[in-house]
Ligand binder design. Structure first.
Ligand code: BGC
Length: 759
């Protein structure tokens, strides 16, 4: 045996011995602790209330404090500030009988006080280091403020833009979604959870939540196991493989049983098939909500949840109040209670809370590590990478840093909406509006005129619903015609118009489903009026979901989709509009022509009556009478200020056998005037399978940077592992045959080659 191999083996054995020794130490610590615990105290660990009434300095007197002292609380969430958290932790470790520290959770979804783009935006960077870095900074800031557990990442595959929570995930594709899941989990947790700046991650919402029927939040899902295993489950599994500490069950039902009571999902798949060893928490009051689902009364559903594999009950408190009776009646087992309690204690142990319950309560860190200049700078640069340039006719963009600009629209001067949905720790007063961003970045060189032009929506009640959580758009009560005329006056005095339109932050996210996914009509009226002035118009589009942009794509010369870019969005948008940063984001969801095409996604099946590429209607083909099958913008699409050309694909072999490696390469050339980044995408089609297969599936991507005029060869190594899928019997394997290899700039625009692969 070679020396190096021997060394590797010795190291592996040493590491695994150390891990076993640490596990044994943890086990004996928890064994000893659990021996002292009463049944009530065990159930207390399994209880996760929302902090609710705790105010600074008053922790000891709150209702929650009473429960903590009685050992009825395992963790808390919705509590912000290191001072409050220290106070509450003090109650737990000084006044409860067993002094078990609490775990403190929060929805740190895309940043803490320094807010990064909403997850769908982050995913459009296709840059895993950048995504990981955003999670790392979020963990540093959150942990500096007392938080040690985040309810993130949300990895629900979503193919229905009516569903508002599409904003919170990484888009429609399982391969990309899995990479993002891994990047985020490792960003939060780091390699060492005992450090005081790493926090435990909670992957959610397990499972299939993104497929709720009709895109209506909390609705039912119903799909084949094939579809689950091949499309919806991979990102959750990737998070588990990356070592995620906790999992959150979803609200929806799966195969007729709510995920929260679904033993197949929580035990057979998660634990037995995937080997997950952390704890599972419910979503908010999800146990009690199973009464609404109609599968029993509170007593019944809490017993079902526990026996299915739920370890911690978020907010509902039915574990706390019902389990003793269920135990007496033989409806739940002591073994399940012990296992649940043990897993929660293990999480606390792994976080180092038994060694030092105040580990995350360093007030000095809170003062120096949150919303720092350095973090904000990173957020600004990350935000710019998330924007997707959808259209740029005649290279209107980037704009000149001279002349007069009219900035118009309900989202032009609103800092509260910039962080986007789920920015619970943000201080909105500190985020940067587009107007401020423009003024600070280019204000000394250009003249900026500003007017609202239109409210978010004609209907003030709709606007109230779309402006919750302190994210009001401060509706203008003047008549619409007056608001519009004011905007037209400044538009006519300008050289270029920037129209800041689209959704407000709370028009997407939880419980923000829409049946109409257009830009609200009143804003379109404004846009039409602006176009009529004859001045060049740049649409800066705010959205948390794919919108129907058919008319906009046909009529507006430039469209930059900025999602919700976070606390530094205003600066980042200015950076991109004026060319200091060349946009490089690519869509991770398909943008439909109308809502009737939904669900629409690139990796669809062929059917037996596929329409020929590039054609429209043909009788007895799988198509529509009134619209082509094409999207407005396909998955993977996004422009740059420069242009790229792709050579044909070069293959090292066209016939392969067994475990050989196929190398597929293309030469990519920057044919434009600017340096730029390009996401080179690899898709594969399994031409013949034992089951129907998608027309293409993303199997790799590389983000490269090319100077103007520069060329680079981009190579992908493909092995049979990349060809594997779950077959009819849910066996994960590859099948011999023909494969189409596709490489290109988006899922629609690819070069093609063919190979044959035998076993
Ligand atoms: C959401 C979760 C979130 C939880 C706690 C629920 O309503 O579905 O995503 O983590 O609340 O805030």
């Amino acid at each position: 045996m070679k020396l190096l191999q021997k060394l590797v083996i010795v190291l592996l054995v040493t590491f695994s011995c150390q891990a076993t020794a640490q596990d044994a130490k943890m086990k004996s610590f928890i064994d000893a602790l659990m021996k002292k615990m009463t049944l009530e105290e065990k159930l207390g660990q399994m209880n996760l209330p929302s902090a609710g009434d705790i105010t600074t300095g008053q922790a000891g007197n709150s209702d929650i404090a009473k429960k903590i002292k009685e050992g009825k609380v395992g963790g808390l969430f919705n509590i912000k500030s290191v001072v409050k958290i220290r106070d509450v932790q003090k109650v737990a470790v000084e006044q409860s009988r067993l002094k078990i520290p609490l775990i403190f959770g929060m929805d740190v979804i895309h940043g803490y006080e320094t807010v990064f783009p909403i997850p769908i935006g982050l995913s459009c960077s296709w840059d895993m280091d950048l995504i990981k870095r955003s999670a790392r900074i979020a963990a540093i800031e959150a942990s500096a403020d007392g938080i040690n557990w985040t309810f993130s990442p949300m990895v629900d595959i979503a193919r229905d833009p009516r569903w508002g929570r599409i904003a919170e995930g990484g888009g429609e594709d399982p391969y990309l979604g899995s990479q993002i899941a891994k990047a985020m989990v490792t960003g939060y947790q780091g390699t060492d959870l005992t450090k005081n700046n790493t926090i435990m991650s909670c992957v959610k919402h397990y499972a299939m939540y993104g497929a709720v029927e009709a895109g209506r939040d909390y609705n039912t899902t119903d799909m084949s196991h094939q579809q689950m295993y091949n499309t919806y489950l991979p990102p959750y599994k990737a998070a588990v493989d990356a070592g995620v500490g906790t999992v959150m069950a979803s609200f929806n039902d799966v195969d007729g049983v709510p995920a929260t009571a679904n033993k197949w999902l929580l035990t057979d798949v998660l634990r037995k098939q995937w080997g997950f060893t952390g704890f599972v928490v419910t979503d908010y009051t999800a146990i009690d909500e199973m009464v609404g689902h109609g599968i029993g009364d509170t007593q019944t559903v809490s017993a079902r949840a526990l026996m299915a594999g739920i370890d911690m009950d978020m907010v509902g408190e039915s574990f706390l109040t019902r389990t003793q009776k269920s135990l007496k009646e033989g409806k739940v087992s002591m073994a399940r209670i012990d296992a649940a309690c043990r897993r929660i204690l293990e999480a606390k142990y792994k976080l180092g809370l038994f060694d030092d319950p105040y580990k995350y309560c360093d007030e000095n860190r809170a003062k120096t590590e949150i919303f720092t200049k350095a973090n904000r700078n990173e957020a600004r640069s990350i935000a710019a990478q998330s924007f997707v340039l959808l259209k740029n006719k005649n290279n209107i963009l980037p704009l000149q840093k001279s002349g007069t600009i009219a900035l118009i629209g309900p989202l032009a001067d609103n800092k509260e909406n910039m962080p986007g949905t789920w920015s619970v720790a943000a201080d909105f007063s500190k985020s940067v509006s587009l107007l401020t961003g423009l003024q600070e970045v280019v204000g000394s060189q250009i003249k900026i005129l500003h007017a609202r032009g239109a409210n978010l929506d004609e209907d003030s009640l709709f606007e109230d619903r779309a402006g919750m959580f302190g994210k009001s758009l401060r509706r203008d009560s003047r008549p619409a015609s007056v608001i519009l005329q004011e905007a037209l006056d400044i538009a006519n005095r300008s050289d270029v118009i920037i129209a800041a339109l689209g959704e407000s932050a709370e028009m997407n996210g939880e419980s923000s489903s829409r049946s109409n996914i257009n830009i609200p009509a009143i804003q379109i009226e404004l846009l039409k009026a602006l176009l009529k002035t004859g001045k060049p118009v740049v649409l800066v589009l705010f959205t948390g979901r794919p919108l129907v942009l058919k008319w906009e794509n046909e009529n507006v010369p430039a469209i930059l989709n900025v999602w919700f870019g976070g606390s530094e969005a205003g600066y980042a948008i200015a950076d991109v509009l004026f060319g200091d940063v060349n946009p490089s984001g690519k869509l991770t969801t398909t943008f439909p022509q109308n809502v009737g095409q939904v669900p629409i996604y690139y990796a669809h099946k062929n059917t037996g009556r596929a329409l020929e590429e590039g054609k429209w209607f043909e009788k007895f083909r799988s198509n529509y009478l009134d619209v082509t099958n094409d999207p407005v913008y396909p998955f993977g699409y996004g422009l740059s200020y420069t242009s790229f050309s792709y050579s044909d694909i070069k293959l090292n072999k066209i016939s392969l056998k067994g475990n050989q490696t196929l190398t597929a390469s293309v030469m990519v050339t920057n044919t434009g005037k600017y340096n730029g980044k390009e996401v080179v995408q690899l898709y594969i089609r399994d031409v013949v399978g034992s089951v129907t297969r998608p027309v293409k599936e993303l199997k790799g991507f590389q983000k490269i940077e090319l100077k103007a005029g520069e060329s680079k060869t981009v190579s992908f190594s493909i092995t049979p592992d990349d060809l594997k899928f779950y077959n009819y019997d849910l066996k994960y394997d590859w099948e011999a045959g023909d494969f189409e290899i596709m490489i290109g700039t988006n899922s629609n625009d690819v070069k093609k080659a063919k190979v044959n692969w035998t076993k």
